[in-house]
Design a protein around this ligand. Structure first.
Ligand code: UDP
Length: 378
């Protein structure tokens, strides 16, 4: 059969590969002039540093099959994300761990003592946290919340943390030991030569053709037996019900002769500092040596129609609109919506790959009509 896949990011590449291996012909188009979507990496001409062009991407997963999958297409180097944060004139370790707690409160607590100490600060009257702020107050208390989460979150999401779902904070652990690895997952690493060659290798199959700088035209679907859409869900329908909200990022790039900040990611918890974080790209490839350095000062704001969508804003208003688009999608045969933009969800790379493999599997095993969503986004 002939497939049309819109978007040459992780979802399109992984689905395309699985379908091509099963004997189908896959035409993958992308409006950008490069593959890889927001995982795209390339070397900086001046310094030779591998750049995470659309912001930091660190691979981490508990899914052994997904880990095997990415290792099939790229050599991975060990990498653990050890994030620091600057808040109220001092530098602390993230995620909140025993070092953070002891430094912040000027204590020398052992794990059990710290647990007890934080329990006393936590608002245990909140039994079922309903939003981001309640989740933070319940688990770390007001002092740590205000130093590390409140300002950052207001900058990142442009709203009060009381309006955000608790699930966003659940991405971050609190640890009562000195483990400062940002992620819990068993498998963590970074592709040695960046993500672009990995995705190139996934796309390298005789039954896959990739066309870049090629925006979707509805006439293209006439030639295809099925369409996999990894662009914005509302974009498929020409935004006819209105636009789903996204946050976009602006990266202010600067170079530095030497080591600018000594770590890959430095967050800024204070509301007064306009950026959320600074990433120093060479520290994402600690096995390489570069004299020069390239950094991004990262700012978050509401995405306008011409901005690159990054984070879906899933507040009440968006969820109502999302439900309407989901209905519309389900009434549109021949198209399956996939990935972060196609399903309007905050997805990590490993989940994106897992769902892409499952989507291809569902297509190959289908008995009737292929559903619009393999995983319902509402
Ligand atoms: N967050 C925060 N302070 C920090 C880091 C994160 O309050 O120093 C909150 C913020 O709301 C953010 C969420 O936790 O959106 C998830 O953080 P993560 O680092 O996973 O975000 P990503 O790297 O995906 O942007």
């Amino acid at each position: 059969m002939k497939m049309l896949l819109v978007g040459a990011g992780l979802s399109g590449a992984v689905i395309g590969r699985a379908l091509a291996e099963a004997g189908h012909h896959c035409r993958i188009i992308d409006s950008r002039d490069h593959i890889g979507g927001n995982c795209y990496t390339r070397r900086d001409d001046e310094t030779g540093v591998m750049m995470h062009v659309y912001g930091p991407h660190i691979f981490h997963t508990d899914d052994a099959e997904v880990w095997d999958y990415v290792n099939r297409f790229a050599a991975f180097m060990p990498f653990q994300n050890r994030v620091k944060t600057t808040s109220q004139g001092a530098v602390y370790s993230l995620p909140v761990n025993l070092l953070t707690i002891n430094q912040f409160f000027g204590q020398t607590l052992r794990p059990d003592e710290a647990r007890e100490f934080i329990n006393q600060k936590a608002d245990t009257s909140i039994e079922e946290p309903q939003n981001f702020e309640e989740q933070a107050l319940r688990f770390v208390g007001r002092d740590l919340y205000e130093a590390f989460f409140k300002g950052y979150t207001e900058k990142q999401w442009g709203c009060s943390p009381t309006e955000l779902p608790a699930s966003i904070l659940k991405r971050l652990p609190v640890r009562f030991n000195y483990d400062d690895n940002y992620f819990f997952h068993r498998f963590q690493g970074m592709p040695r030569d960046g993500y672009t060659p990995m995705i190139e290798a996934i796309l390298d199959h005789p039954r896959i053709t990739v066309e870049l700088s090629t925006p979707y035209d509805p006439a293209m679907a006439a030639d295809a037996d099925h369409v996999f859409w990894s662009g914005p869900l509302d974009g498929y329908f020409d935004y006819r019900l209105g636009r789903l909200g996204y946050r976009t990022l602006d990266f202010e790039q600067f170079t530095y002769d030497g080591d600018y900040q000594g770590c890959a990611v430095m967050n800024y918890g204070d509301r007064e500092v306009p950026w959320t974080r600074i990433t120093e790209h060479k520290h994402f490839s600690p096995w390489e040596n570069h004299e020069g350095s390239v950094c991004y000062r990262e700012y978050s704001r509401e995405a306008g129609p011409d901005d690159i969508p990054y984070y879906p804003v899933r507040l009440v208003e968006e969820k109502t609109l999302l439900a309407q688009y989901v209905d519309l999608a389900q009434a549109t045969p021949g198209v399956t919506f996939v990935g972060r933009l196609g399903t309007y969800r905050y997805l990590d790379m490993d989940v994106t790959i897992r769902e892409a493999l499952d989507t291809a599997g569902a297509f190959l095993d289908r008995t009737g009509e292929m559903p619009a969503f393999v995983k319902l986004p509402v």
